[in-house]
Write a protein that binds this ligand. Structure first.
Ligand code: KG4
Ligand code: ZN
Length: 333
C-alpha cells in the first residue's frame, strides 16, 4: 500500500507543508517564507516568527492540499518537526499536527529537523550506508557517520558558532541583507582572497570552531573603518568563504581518510553554496566517493524533507503521542 504523509515544518522562519508518497515522491509542497520581514531587523525575531507561523499555517495547509489534489482523509500519518528550533515557532506546527491527527484519527510522527535535512538527500537520490553526513545550517555544524536510517555516530561538531550563523554575521558587518549566506556567496564570486584571516586550528579533532573567524572579521571591519580606510567587501567575502569552507573540507578529508567510507551527504541551508559543492565534489573525486547534496529547493527549510525523514519511522511504527512538545535541543546522538 502506498503511504502518504502530510508533513509540517515551522522550526524557524518558513511555514511549510508537504504531502510525500512513500518517503520519496513529493505530491505537493507549500512554503511560506518570512524572510522579507526578518530582513528588516537583520535576523529572525522569534516573537514575530511565531505570530507569522500562526497566520500562515492554515493557508499553507489549504495550499498544499490544493496542489496535491488530496484530502487529509487520504493521509496515512501526520508528521511534524519537533526539534531543534525556536520553541514558539515549533509549537505552532506541533499544535497544528496534533489537531489534525486528533480530528482525522491519524498517527503522529515527530521528526528531528536535522534528520529532515539529511533525508532531503533521499528524495531525488538514494542514501546508502554507511555514509558520512555533514550538517551545515544556521544553527548546526556537525559531522556524523550514519550506519542506517536512524543510527548516528557523532564525529564532531562546532564548539561555538555554526557556519551559517557566521555567514549571516559576515553579511551583516559588510552591510548585506539577511539571510547572509546567499548574498555573501554572490559577493565572494566577484572578489579575490586578499585578506589574511585566521584558520581555526583544531586539526587533531573532528570539531569545528567559527567564532575566531567571525571575531577576526568584525575586528578587521571595525579597525579599518576607524582608520577611515575602505573595506573591499567582495575580497573580504571571498577570503572568509575560502577559510570557512576549507575548514569543512579538511574535516571531511580526515573522515574519508580515517573511516574509509565512500559516501558523503551534505545537509542544511549552507549546502546551497556552490563553492561548497565544488570543493566537496573535488574531495569525493580524490577518494572515489559518491557525493549527495540536495537540489536547492530541498537544501533550505522545507516540509518535503520532513515527510522523507518520517517515512522510516512510519514503517517502524514509531509514533508520538499527544504529549509531544517542542524542544530546542535536537541532539542526534
Ligand atoms: O537549514 P537552514 O535553512 O535553516 C536552519 O536550519 O538553520 O539554514 C539557514 C542558513 C542561514 O545561515 C543561511 O545564511 C545559510 O543557511 N545559507 C547559505 C546559503 N544559503 C543559505 N550559506 C552559504 N551559502 C549559501 N548559498
Ligand atoms: Zn534548517
Amino acid at each position: 500500500m502506498d503511504v502518504y504523509i502530510l508533513a509540517i515544518e515551522s522550526s524557524c522562519d518558513e511555514t511549510s507543508m508537504a504531502i510525500v508518497k512513500n518517503g520519496k515522491e513529493i505530491i505537493g509542497l507549500s512554503i511560506a517564507t518570512q524572510i522579507d520581514t526578518h530582513a528588516l531587523y537583520g535576523g529572525v525575531v522569534p516573537e514575530i516568527a511565531s505570530r507569522m507561523h500562526t497566520e500562515a499555517i492554515t493557508l499553507v495547509l489549504e495550499d498544499v492540499l490544493k496542489k496535491a489534489k488530496m484530502k487529509i482523509e487520504d493521509m496515512q500519518a501526520i508528521a511534524v518537526t519537533y526539534a531543534p528550533g525556536l520553541t514558539g515557532s515549533l509549537m505552532v506546527g506541533i499544535e497544528a499536527a496534533k489537531t489534525l491527527a486528533l480530528i482525522y484519527h491519524k498517527p503522529l510522527i515527530a521528526v528531528n529537523h536535522l534528520i529532515g535535512h539529511i533525508f532531503a538527500n533521499n528524495i531525488e537520490d538514494k542514501m546508502e550506508y554507511p555514509m558520512i553526513s555533514l550538517i551545515v545550517s544556521g544553527g548546526h555544524t556537525e559531522l556524523l557517520i550514519m550506519e542506517d536510517d536512524y543510527t548516528f555516530k557523532k564525529l564532531g561538531e562546532t564548539l561555538d558558532d555554526a557556519i551559517g550563523e557566521c555567514y549571516d554575521k559576515v553579511a551583516r558587518v559588510v552591510g548585506l541583507k539577511y539571510p547572509g549566506g546567499p548574498n555573501v556567496e554572490k559577493l565572494a564570486k566577484e572578489g579575490k582572497h586578499t585578506y589574511n584571516l585566521p584558520q581555526p586550528v583544531l586539526d587533531d579533532t573532528y570539531n569545528f570552531s567559527y567564532s575566531g573567524l567571525k571575531s577576526a572579521i568584525i575586528n578587521l571591519v571595525h579597525n579599518e573603518t576607524q582608520r577611515g580606510r575602505e573595506i573591499n567587501k567582495a575580497d573580504l567575502a571571498r577570503s572568509f568563504q575560502d577559510v570557512a569552507i576549507d575548514e569543512l573540507v579538511r574535516k571531511v578529508d580526515k573522515a574519508f581518510r580515517e573511516t574509509n567510507i565512500k559516501r558523503l551527504v551534505v545537509a542544511g541551508g549552507v549546502s546551497a553554496n556552490n563553492y561548497l559543492k565544488e570543493e566537496m565534489q573535488k574531495l569525493c573525486d580524490k577518494y572515489g566517493a559518491k557525493l549527495l547534496i540536495p537540489r536547492l529547493l530541498y537544501c533550505t527549510d522545507n516540509a518535503a524533507m520532513i515527510g522523507a525523514a518520517a517515512y522510516p519511522l512510519y514503517l517502524k511504527g514509531e509514533f508520538a503521542d499527544f504529549s509531544l512538545n517542542a524542544s530546542s535541543n535536537g541532539d542526534l546522538c
